[in-house]
Design a protein around this ligand. Structure first.
Ligand code: NDP
Ligand code: HSE
Length: 440
């Protein structure tokens, strides 16, 4: 490395152009913070001629990101293309092998190949930094890699996807449809190139796999994350949650259990009076429970050009100051194999919404099926839609009614068996809705 830090920037989309803008705005103040000037010397994108909202005319354009990764003029390869494999992986590997530091926002790549890329970085004595890959502008990777290493972590959880939180907030607060809210999140640059990764819960799972590794010193194990997305959340659930004192959030949760580490991503009912319930819009929240430190919570912007570019810059500043640590805090060769706790052993409370044919005996049959599995109910409510209120419209015997139940603590295995039996009995019109309640 010379008297300046020279960057090769691959990807000029939301995050890449955000970084160009940040560097133009900060100018020489970055040099004093870094101890040396930081400059972009070359860029790469798919389409050289694309009209962009940042000026890239002063940078050399390299069509092939892999060639840019090996470019003799650069010290750091900044990968802001995205994708688990393909050109992003090829270019990051090429950069590490060529002895270039790498900064990336690509959680999909690291969740799948983090351990081998970390080993490659360590072998070549370079950094593999990824602050922007988890929770956008929240500096959680640095906190977990450095600041919390004095404590043993028992649980890390949070709202890790800005797009989903934005959608759920707009549906709840403004009564917007799922499709409208998603469109807006895309227009703001929050969503992944394929938004299925956001709404299907996979982006949260990618980030959770990285947090799990940082928390427990295990290899990132994306394939072991239990994943449910928010596609099935209906306005009826949001309304019912509100009435019961909860809000619905897509959470990623990783915790140590007696049988291994539980990693799960799913819509979750969180009590309204908790801090996490108040995290709205594109904001994210990461909570870390440690032994000596106690409970730590970080809240901030989870996606978007500015916050993500800010995290990329913090990684670059560390490299400029020669502050280089093992990517996952523990040396790659010492990362432990991941021991998975089975989802069926998960314990917690559950919200169940059923569309039940309103006929004699249906309620009793449902209650019996729950009791058969040893599940006790905290509440059971039959909800009437406005068109069904007495005096407005007389319900006919056999038409479906909405029944909402909240269970006491039980196991995933028990609740699944009970719901299967209820469905088999023929009293319900559609697949039961089930949302887990998290103890916070
Ligand atoms: P965009 O889709 O906005 O940008 C992707 C960029 O990569 C574009 O400039 C595109 O080129 C370029 N690109 C795509 N394929 C190639 C290729 N084969 N060769 C060269 N360049 C290519 O993505 P984002 O900026 O939103 O995301 C980038 C990364 O950051 C992803 O890993 C994402 O998960 C992550 N991230 C995104 C956040 C956000 O808020 N958007 C937040 C945190 C992380 P062209 O412009 O010519 O099409
Ligand atoms: N699509 C991601 C999100 C970008 O919405 O959170 C930030 O990682």
């Amino acid at each position: 490395m010379t008297d300046r830090l020279k960057l090769g920037l691959a990807g000029l989309g939301t995050v890449g152009s955000g970084l160009v803008r940040l560097m133009a705005a900060r100018g020489s103040s970055l040099a004093s913070r870094a101890g040396k000037p930081i400059e972009i010397v070359a860029v790469s994108a798919r389409n050289k001629r694309k009209k962009r909202d940042v000026d890239i005319s002063q940078f050399r354009f390299v069509g092939d990101p892999v060639a840019l990764a090996r470019d003799p003029e650069i010290d750091v390869f900044v990968e802001l293309i995205g994708g688990e494999g393909g050109v992003a992986k090829e270019a990051v590997e090429a950069a590490l092998k060529a002895g270039k530091h790498v900064v990336t926002a690509n959680k999909a790549l690291l969740a799948h190949h983090g351990a081998s890329l970390a080993a490659l970085a360590e072998k070549h004595g370079v950094a593999l930094n990824f602050e922007a890959a988890v929770a956008g502008g929240i500096p959680v990777v640095k906190v977990m890699r450095e600041s919390l290493k004095g404590s043993d972590i028992s649980r890390v959880y949070g709202i890790l996807n800005g797009t989903c939180n934005y959608i759920l907030t707009l549906m709840e607060r403004e009564g917007r449809s799922f499709a409208e809210a998603l469109k807006e999140a895309q227009a703001e640059g929050y969503a992944e190139a394929d938004p299925g990764f956001d709404i299907g819960g996979f982006d949260t799972a990618h980030k959770l796999a990285l947090l799990t590794s940082l928390a427990f010193g295990t290899r990132p194990a994306f394939e072991s994350v239990y994943v449910e997305g928010i596609e099935t959340i209906a306005p009826a659930d949001i309304e019912a949650a509100d009435g019961l004192g909860y809000r619905i959030k897509l959470l990623g949760v990783a915790l140590r259990t007696e049988s291994g580490i539980e990693q799960r991503v799913h819509p979750t009912m969180v009590p309204k009076e908790t801090a996490i319930a108040e995290v709205d819009g594109v904001s994210n929240c990461v909570a870390i429970d440690g032994d000596f430190v106690g409970d730590v919570m970080l809240i901030g912007p989870g996606a978007g050009a500015g916050p993500t570019a800010s995290s990329v810059m913090s990684d670059l500043l560390d490299i400029a100051r020669n502050h280089i640590l093992a990517p996952f805090a523990t040396k790659a060769k010492d990362l432990m194999p991941y021991k998975k706790a089975q989802m069926r052993t998960h314990e917690g409370g559950y919200y169940i919404r059923l569309s039940v044919f309103d006929r004699t005996g249906a309620f009793a049959a449902i209650a019996t099926r729950m009791a058969d599995q040893g599940i006790s109910l905290e509440s059971i409510v039959q909800r009437l839609a406005s068109a069904e209120l007495p005096g407005v419209h007389r319900r006919r015997e056999g038409t479906p009614a909405t029944v909402v139940m909240i269970t006491h603590q039980t196991t995933e295995a028990a609740i699944r068996k009970a719901l299967q039996s209820i469905a088999r009995d023929g009293h319900v019109e559609a697949k039961p809705q089930m949302i887990r309640i998290e103890k916070l």
